[in-house]
Design a protein around this ligand. Structure first.
Ligand SMILES: O=C(O)CCC(=O)C(=O)O
Ligand SMILES: [Fe+2]
Length: 309
């Protein structure tokens, strides 16, 4: 990975017009990058309206991962078509996920050498609103969910690290997000750390994901981070969080149960595929030995019919 000298050493804030290659470079270097104005403010407001009822009727979390002041709205695909279309399917996010999370492997099939390509799909989609007084989350790596175990590295190597990440996150600001109202705490370059470090992640090493409404923060799931402290008297910090994962790993949020088939049927094909109504090649995800897309589109059964993987 050749360094791009136009970028200073800090975690960068780039515009949505930045070439995606640069964004990928910055993620490999720093583990996270801010994209200013990633999502139209009107679309963010609409997505907020579509999930507000769920947020406001949330059940208090029992444990330390979320403070009682944080209200969540999981299952965003079922709640907010605007979120699904404008955030989860955002073209920059999709390209970044394709880059980090597509798995290519070859294997013998008798005498034949076969290659399989498994594409990423959605892992979880949750809106999180931290209310006044909410305490910071423990710093964590989101890929602990997938038992990802890391070797310590000095810098990213395109060949050696092609399968390093299991998931990629996108946080979109649904309100102004500041250090004071609970902006995500994030340790730059901690995606390079080994799992077996003997000291815990230190909040003094964090930067804060301060954003205007509609800005995005892309983050590799191996980077240490956590929701921040909301020390304000009256501000709510609203963020939409999307994660995508390699196609052969289990989704964090089970989209087949979280989103009704009727709602899934109403979405267009790329969203259905990204939700998991698709095969992870060569052979994960089938139903009746067929591509699961046929469940939403029975007319595809003949075309999808049982065949070699
Ligand atoms: O609320 C945030 O800023 C981060 C949330 C988070 O890291 C998580 O829920 O895993
Ligand atoms: Fe997290």
């Amino acid at each position: 990975m050749a360094p791009l000298s136009k970028y200073g050493p800090d975690v960068q804030r780039v515009s949505a017009e930045t070439p995606v290659e640069d964004i990928i470079y910055l993620l490999k270097r720093d583990g996270g990058v801010f994209i200013r104005g990633l999502i139209n403010v009107e679309d963010v407001d609409k997505a907020y309206d579509e999930c507000r009822h769920r947020l406001e009727n949330d059940v208090e979390w029992n444990g330390s991962f979320f403070p009682k002041e944080t209200q969540r709205a999981p299952g965003l695909i079922g709640l907010s078509p605007t979120y699904a279309k404008t955030q989860m399917m955002n073209p920059i996010y999709q390209k970044v996920c394709d880059h980090f999370l597509t798995t290519r492997s070859w294997f013998w099939w008798g005498n034949e050498k076969k290659e399989s390509v498994s594409k990423p799909y959605v892992h979880s989609c949750v809106a999180m609103r931290i209310g006044p007084g909410g305490k910071a989350q423990p710093l964590h790596r989101d890929d602990y969910i997938s038992h990802n175990h890391h070797q310590e590295i000095d810098s990213w190597d395109d060949e050696l690290d092609r399968n390093r990440e299991t998931a990629v996150g996108l946080f979109v600001a649904g309100s102004k997000v500041t250090k004071e109202n609970g902006g995500t705490q994030f340790i730059p370059r901690s995606h390079l750390w080994g799992t077996n470090r003997t000291s815990p992640p230190d909040v003094n090493d964090c930067i804060f994901a301060e954003m205007d409404k509609g800005d995005g923060f892309l983050m590799l799931a191996s980077a240490y981070h956590g929701g921040g402290n909301n020390v304000t008297a009256d501000e709510e910090r609203m963020v939409f969080a999307t994660f995508a994962i390699r196609g052969y790993l289990r989704q964090e949020e089970n989209q087949f149960l979280a989103v009704s088939q009727d709602i899934a049927k109403g979405y267009d094909r790329p969203i259905q595929v990204f939700m998991g109504y698709s095969m992870s090649d060569p052979a994960c995800g089938w139903v009746e030995e067929m591509d699961p897309l046929f469940v939403l589109h029975p007319e595809l059964a003949r075309e999808a019919g049982p065949k070699d993987f």
